[in-house]
Unconditional design. Structure first.
Length: 521
């Protein structure tokens, strides 16, 4: 059976045919109709074709939220390119690894990140003539001017200005099973893994999100998730445009502005991660906001306390918590009618995902028994980029092993007990302790280190490092740890606390008992 010739690029094209004058995106209060968005995407596609884009080429972006981000994403999809959104919180070595791991041929960057690219560009596999510069257009810091386009890059806006707005014709047909994107997720062994997401998987995810929120054309979606994030691009932006909604988008997140946008644009669907909701509530602005237009509220991203659901409920907002991973995002969501009755649950599986609890042999466990959360269905990723062994360990006979431990109750509601792979989420971002430990082990004063996630009222979880120093009775401060990590790893991965140890509790196979460290913090 051959795959169907169809791709995600049909979303803006079809919407521009059906509702050309309807507003697709309101970006920083500027309205972009579906017709205007489609024309910009097509100009970008023609530019990429002239630059020599071939089906399967990787197209990377290091950009803040903007219309051009969407243009490059959909244009790449139309031509069969593989889109690689880069986390702009990452530092040079982290960006270098991801760009070279996927052998990216094209790179687009905002002026804000020119320094990071300049430091690593001589080490990149990106074609020298395929590095593109964009001004982010945001408010400038007084006394600090962002640089103009350097001589080693091309100015994106100048290149697309004279390109035709007609539909491009790809050299090769783009099929539903073809890769659409590679989204990197931190690896438990220290190296990030690139989850490969297909066009088909993304379409099914669109349908799943639409079912969750009863989305329809004309809905006004308020969200300020970064588009480089799986949630921002594949849970918010793509489903919103696929449904014919209007998406209100900002360059970045501001809690006051978020609350104001709900009232200003009469938002009907609101999406924010738990950490964002905390900031929005703490700002006090929500108490001054008319939220009567809101029909659906979606959130989550990390462990969410009952108090947050109650705080939102008092303000007339019933948050449906979702659960997913980059490898299979939007796996399940909490039905609105069960939010308070099933507090602590992560909800029920979506229409296009089958989820169950399995024992170590892969057998389905009955309600109440703890095992690994596993899933199958058309929303599961294709695999990890260039990592067949890791893919084979993660997807067995079409079943995704999530690495999360949990159980299901008699009514089919799922609960997470722990993360089998030690990953924790800080401010909605995945952090894998092994990545941090690997770097800290190179510190001359550290003999051994173990990192765990601990609860935090602002970020959900933060890291805590347990350190055995090289010399007895030596003290290593949190400031020293952060200074050492400063240029090596993103700040959200930095531990927030440090505790000195003389020895670690070990298993019979000499592995650190992190459960005991949690009790000892």
């Amino acid at each position: 059976m051959t795959s169907t010739p169809w791709d995600i690029g049909y979303i803006p094209y079809k919407q521009s045919q059906i509702r050309p004058d309807a507003t697709a995106v309101i970006f920083e209060d500027e309205h972009f109709s579906y017709a205007r968005l489609s024309e910009g995407i097509n100009r970008c596609a023609h530019m990429l074709q002239e630059a020599g884009l071939k089906k399967g080429d990787r197209v990377s972006v290091l950009m803040l939220n903007c219309i051009e981000f969407l243009e490059i994403y959909f244009a790449s999809a139309k031509l069969g390119g593989i889109f690689v959104p880069l986390n702009w919180r990452l530092l040079g070595p982290e960006l270098e690894y991801q760009l070279n791991d996927c052998s990216s041929r094209f790179l687009f960057f905002h002026d804000s990140f020119m320094g990071s690219i300049d430091l690593i560009r001589s080490k990149l596999k990106v074609d020298e003539d395929k590095i593109y510069y964009l001004k982010n257009g945001g408010t400038q810091v007084p006394g600090f001017e962002l640089p103009d386009c350097p001589d080693w890059a091309e100015d994106y806006r100048l290149l697309v200005a004279d390109k035709p707005s007609t539909e491009p014709t790809p050299e090769e047909s783009v099929l539903m099973d073809d890769p659409l994107a590679i989204v990197y997720t931190s690896g438990v062994t220290g190296n990030p893994k690139g989850a490969v997401l297909s066009h088909q998987q993304t379409f099914f995810k669109n349908f799943q999100i639409q079912n969750y929120i009863n989305g329809r054309p004309g809905d006004m979606l308020i969200a300020q998730m970064p588009l480089f994030h799986s949630g921002g691009l594949f849970i918010v932006a793509t489903p919103a445009l696929n449904t014919g909604m209007t998406m209100v988008m900002r360059r970045g997140f501001d809690p006051n502005e978020f609350a104001e946008d709900i009232e200003r644009y009469r938002g009907t669907i609101v999406f924010a991660l738990t950490t964002m909701w905390r900031m929005i509530i703490d700002s006090g602005k929500l108490d001054e906001t008319n939220v009567s237009s809101v029909r659906a509220v979606v959130g989550g991203g990390e462990r969410t306390p009952a108090s947050l659901f109650e705080e939102l409920s008092r303000r007339g907002l019933q948050m449906q918590q979702g659960f997913g991973q980059t490898e299979n995002s939007a796996m399940m969501v909490m039905p609105k009618e069960a939010i308070h009755r099933k507090m602590g649950s992560i909800g029920k599986p979506g229409y296009f995902t089958e989820i169950w609890i399995a024992d170590s042999a892969g057998n389905r466990l009955p309600p109440g028994e703890i095992g690994e959360i596993v899933a199958k269905g058309p929303t599961v990723m294709s695999g990890y980029w260039n990592q067949p062994e890791e893919t084979a360990r993660t997807i067995v006979n079409g079943v995704l092993n999530t690495g999360d431990l949990g159980y299901v109750d008699e009514e089919g509601f799922f609960y997470i007990v722990d993360r089998a792979k030690d990953m924790y989420r800080s401010g909605g971002e995945n952090v894998y302790p092994a990545e941090v430990e690997k770097i800290l082990m190179n510190h001359p004063d550290i003999a051994q280190v173990a990192v765990i996630g601990i609860p935090d009222p602002k970020w959900g979880e933060v890291g805590m490092a347990f350190i055995i120093p090289s010399q007895p009775d030596q003290e290593i401060t949190i400031e020293e740890v952060r200074e050492y990590l400063q240029d090596k790893i993103a700040r959200y991965k930095h531990p927030a606390k440090v505790k000195m140890m003389s020895e670690f509790p070990l298993t019979s196979t000499m592995k650190v008992k992190k459960t005991e460290l949690r009790d000892d913090r």
